[in-house]
Write a protein that binds this ligand. Structure first.
Ligand code: 3H9
Length: 706
């Protein structure tokens, strides 16, 4: 017993309660506390059975992830939980684990060391360690197949998805679902099993007999496809396979070896960084936690194009009634048809019920007028990307909307202050920049204008959460965080093809690096006309004499906008499968010849470095200028908006891992060779590289400075 774990008595049943908020992680003191409480109860002749449960909102969400960093850095020794779990399992009195909230990772491992498990109907169980780049490290890969069967254990340990109470019951992971009061139900259950010899999970072997090589082969194939580049899923499969071939103790030893390999890897550092980065992102230093948040009861969206339709769905998905407005009936019908089709596809995939779809559609009101906008708490504008049009729309809605209504622009590049300037409420104006497809991508850049109020920001952050999005605060600089950094990345991709790399080389090198798709493939998917339009809008800002990419505009002039026209950098068939386009290759050669650009063979390493370091250099500027609050916010943007591989942690984490000195040296080489206008190193990068610093160290410094 200690301050983290306490014991109470319900007649002959001892109830051990863990109180380590917020999620009862197994930090220092928690395993020891459970152990000593169980030992006390075991020795108490008045106790016939023991219940272990979590206080507060959850059972145990796993090991304390922060502790892993200390182990890897050598600050703390790695402590095995295995002996502690064996002691629970060897307790002579039945131990019943009562699960509510989540039993994740080490939490499920603790639960499986108990003799019985009961669960609240809404609770989840899972082994999500692979999402952190590690595998279960406290016999999860050995006990789970004994309870759930080999195939399910492989799936849970290798892919990390949580499971609901019903399925856990059907599989034998838990023994009973408790409706109503969990403590009372668990105590009653404990009384039923008291006096019987407690069954030990590690001694159950019946389900291990389902093992067959195909289960592991299939899982490996799936992991290579859906978790491309990641080591932990393959290690998890191997550990479960060990459970089917080795006795329990030897299986645990194999699991420990594999766990250590994963723990001491850059991949796990990267994924743990991503976990904490995602949770840090909603904290805005000058917007305190208690900033008033307005309730969003009704919303309106202007524009039912691809983005407008997706944004409308986000509101409906969050249960918020929403009006969607277009100027022409045809465009409105098309938008609504897209929304219906998207929902129907989700229903077809089994991820939404028909009733759920109908409910969401009921929340959406299509309109050709501003009727009803006067009642909205937020109006999201998603019209064409052009300043004149945006200003016209904002002037109109400012006249109609209630004074407290937030006006959010889904602009991806434009100046939010200029948009706000046509309204009488600049404090209520900000950017809500969604990423396409807006109903799927989790990132939302929340763009802070000069006058944007703290309440509008806090409300936007809360709204993002309600929509199951990750809101990241961005300063009002052209392209904000994500698209501003994308500029140099795409520029280098295009320069590389002009200098001799093929379209396939450039796409392939970045795909192999781990990006979901190469930069030119991504441009083809987004539509080359989008950048073309933006380049025309910002032509006046180009510095004369500085090299610009030449081919994309030529492709657009030929009507080749990418996937939507069947041709862009590549050629696309009716299934949107890309193939080499000799005409593009010829055009690139011709353009390079006309511009006097020498062509040469280019290695994949140069392709990756030039594209990724361009991203990093611009990221350092974004950070130095305060457009992003933290380097880790930039990583969150790239992981969630641009499919940067999570196991590399994001561009800024990756740069830290490569070493900022190395990054700077390469940038300086290119600066000498391609010119300072393109490659002048960001001042912050220079400062950190020279002082031996890192972006994550910079974040810590800023956090301390408040
Ligand atoms: C493991 O168990 C390995 C084992 O095999 C043992 C090997 C020896 N540790 O997400 P939220 C913090 S690996 C430390 O915003 P929600 C989180 O940072 C672990 N901290 O809430 C945040 O802090 P802050 C396997 C943790 O309700 C606060 O709690 N387990 C941990 O949206 C609230 O979190 C996992 O991977 C942790 N384990 O979601 C589960 N978990 O307020 C990871 C949370 O300062 N956790 N925090 O920003 C989750 O998936 C979600 O947090 C959970 C709650 C679903 C539990």
């Amino acid at each position: 017993m200690n301050e983290l774990v306490s014991i109470s008595h319900h007649a002959d049943i001892a109830v051990v309660t863990i109180s380590n908020p917020p999620v009862n992680a197994l930090g220092p003191g928690v395993p020891e506390g459970i152990q000593s409480c169980i030992a006390t109860a075991a020795a108490d002749p008045g106790v016939s059975a023991i219940v272990v449960m979590g206080g507060g909102r959850t059972f145990i969400a796993g090991a304390d992830i922060r502790e892993f960093g200390k182990v890897v850095s050598g600050e703390k020794p790695r402590r095995s939980l295995l002996p502690f779990l064996l002691e629970i399992e060897d307790c002579a009195k039945p131990v019943v684990m009562a699960i509510h909230g989540t039993a994740f990772g080490g939490g499920l491992e603790v639960a499986m060391a108990g003799h019985y498990r009961v669960i609240a109907p809404a609770a989840l169980v899972g082994q999500p360690e692979v999402k952190l780049g590690i595998i279960p490290g406290a016999a999860g890969t050995q006990r789970l197949p004994r309870l759930a069967g080999v195939a399910k254990a492989v799936e849970m340990c290798a892919f990390g998805e949580p499971m609901g109470a019903q399925e856990a019951l059907a599989l034998g992971i838990v023994d009973r679902i408790i409706e109503g009061d969990l403590t009372a139900g668990a105590v009653a259950f404990a009384r039923e099993v008291a006096g019987h010899p407690p069954p030990k999970t590690r001694e159950r072997t019946a389900k291990l007999r389902d093992a067959d090589a195909e289960i592991f082969d299939r899982a490996r194939q799936q992991a290579r496809k859906t978790r491309r580049g990641q080591n932990a899923p393959l290690a998890a499969i191997e550990a479960v396979e060990a459970a089917t071939k080795l006795p329990f103790e030897a299986g645990c030893a194999r699991e420990a070896e594999l766990f250590d390999e994963c723990l001491y890897s850059t991949q796990s550092r990267a994924l743990m960084h991503a976990f904490f980065a995602e949770r840090a992102v909603s904290k805005i230093p000058d917007v305190p936690k208690d900033t008033p948040v307005s309730e969003i009861r009704r919303a309106a969206v202007i524009g039912a194009g691809t983005m407008g339709a997706g944004i409308t769905m986000n509101y409906a998905n969050a249960g918020i009634p929403v009006i969607v407005k277009e100027t022409e009936q045809e465009a409105l019908d098309r938008g609504m048809a897209n929304i219906r089709r998207n929902y129907a596809n989700t229903v077809k995939k089994g991820k939404l019920s028909q009733a759920g779809m109908d409910q969401r559609l009921d929340l959406i009101t299509p309109r050709l007028t501003y009727d009803g906008f006067e009642n909205a708490d937020i109006i999201a504008e998603a019209v064409f990307e052009g300043m004149a049009l945006k200003k016209q729309v904002f002037a109109e809605i400012d006249r109609i909307a209630r004074p407290e209504c937030i006006l959010a622009s889904n602009t991806s590049y434009l100046d939010v202050d200029e948009i706000a300037s046509v309204t009488n409420r600049p404090e209520m104006v900000l950017g809500h920049h969604y990423f396409s497809p807006a109903n799927v991508m989790r990132l939302l850049e929340i763009v802070r204008g000069r006058a944007t109020s703290k309440a509008a920001l806090a409300t936007s952050m809360a709204l993002a959460k309600r929509m199951n999005k990750i809101g990241v605060l961005a300063g009002n600089a052209r392209g904000f965080i994500g698209n501003r950094m994308l500029g140099p990345y795409l520029r280098e991709a295009q320069f590389l093809v002009e200098e001799g790399a093929s379209v396939e080389d450039v796409n392939g090198a970045l795909y192999d690096f781990g990006m979901a798709m190469g930069p030119l493939a991504m441009s083809d998917l987004a539509g080359l006309d989008v950048g073309w339009r933006a380049r025309r809008e910002f032509k006046h800002l180009e510095k004369p004499g500085v090299r610009v990419p030449l081919v994309a505009d030529r492709l657009c002039e030929m009507g080749r906008y990418g996937q939507k026209t069947g041709r862009g950098w590549s050629r696309y068939d009716e299934n949107r499968q890309a193939s080499h386009d000799p005409e593009t290759a010829a055009l690139i050669e011709q353009v390079a010849r006309e511009a006097g650009i020498g062509r040469r063979a280019i290695l994949h390493q140069e392709i990756v470095e030039r594209c990724i370091f361009a991203l990093v250099n611009e990221g350092a500027r974004v950070l130095g200028e305060g457009v992003a609050l933290r380097a880790s916010d930039i990583d969150v943007v790239y992981l969630n908006g641009y499919a940067f591989p999570a196991w590399r942690g994001g561009p800024m984490f990756y740069a830290d891992a490569v070493g900022l000195g190395t990054v700077l040296a390469r940038i300086q080489e290119w600066s000498a060779c391609h010119g300072e206008d393109l490659w002048s190193p960001a001042p912050l990068l220079v400062e950190l590289a020279r002082s031996g610093g890192t972006f994550s160290g910079f974040d810590k410094r800023r956090e301390v400075a408040g």
